[in-house]
Design a protein around this ligand. Structure first.
Ligand SMILES: [Zn+2]
Length: 230
């Protein structure tokens, strides 16, 4: 039986902050109710470009067993995801973690995952930004799915240029050999769900899955907020 999912209401501190900076919809900027948990107004929530394909095999990502995308990438999501990545607002990653769960919960049968792993950020980049948005989303999703997140098992060993700045053929070279697993025993035989914000060419997720399989993972699934339509 499916359990009722609730999001944490805003804390007292968040409510105080909202007196000065009122909570706004992450897509249309309209003002939200003071006690809003999701940073999304009802009409934007209804109009999100839902993917509704469930878990699918992607020819562009041979190492990903199956990929789940909540939405198709569009302008509204683009600015909301950008805000989650660059202006630290924990409510946004919380909102996206919930939205991912909301769409996933419509799938009749979810695989029995042992763990959730966020796509890692190089430690220098994480220090610069202050957080890894995929990790925050994974933590939020984990609370809804009740599956543990391990943020330090899969790591990024090289500081690389942003994938979005590169041509398709440069993307693979940029990331080749950039990921590693810290503790092989911890992932051996495990059923893993990888989390990232957006999938464009799938290079990042595919390379993460490749190293996980090389280190003995049983199955590697992936879930993203949005997929760029080809
Ligand atoms: Zn809105």
């Amino acid at each position: 039986m499916k359990q009722e999912v609730r999001l944490e209401p805003p804390s007292l501190l968040e409510r105080v902050i909202r007196l000065v900076y009122p909570a706004k919809c992450m897509i249309c900027d309209s003002l939200l109710r003071e006690e809003a948990s999701l940073m999304l107004c009802e009409s934007c929530h209804t109009l999100l470009p839902r993917c509704e394909k469930g878990f699918v095999k992607m020819p562009s990502m041979p190492y990903i067993h199956q990929l789940f995308a909540a939405y198709y990438y569009d302008e509204g999501l683009d600015s909301a995801i950008h805000a989650m990545k660059f202006n630290h607002q924990p409510r946004l990653s919380e909102t996206f973690g919930y939205l991912l769960y909301e769409e996933m919960d419509k799938v009749s049968y979810l695989p029995d995952w042992d763990m959730i792993l966020p796509v890692p950020m190089h430690r220098r980049k994480k220090r610069e930004r202050g957080y890894n948005q995929s990790e925050l989303m994974a933590l939020s999703l984990s609370r809804h799915l009740k599956i543990p997140v391990y943020s330090d098992l899969l790591i990024k060993t090289r500081y690389t240029r942003p994938q979005s700045s590169l041509k398709r053929e440069e993307r693979l070279m940029n990331l080749e050999g950039a990921f590693d697993v810290v503790n092989d025993t911890a992932i051996a035989g495990k059923n893993i769900l990888l989390i990232d914000d957006v999938s464009t060419t799938g290079t990042t997720l595919n390379l993460c899955a490749k190293i996980l399989y090389e280190k003995g993972a049983a199955f590697v699934y992936a879930a993203v907020i949005a997929i760029v339509e080809k």
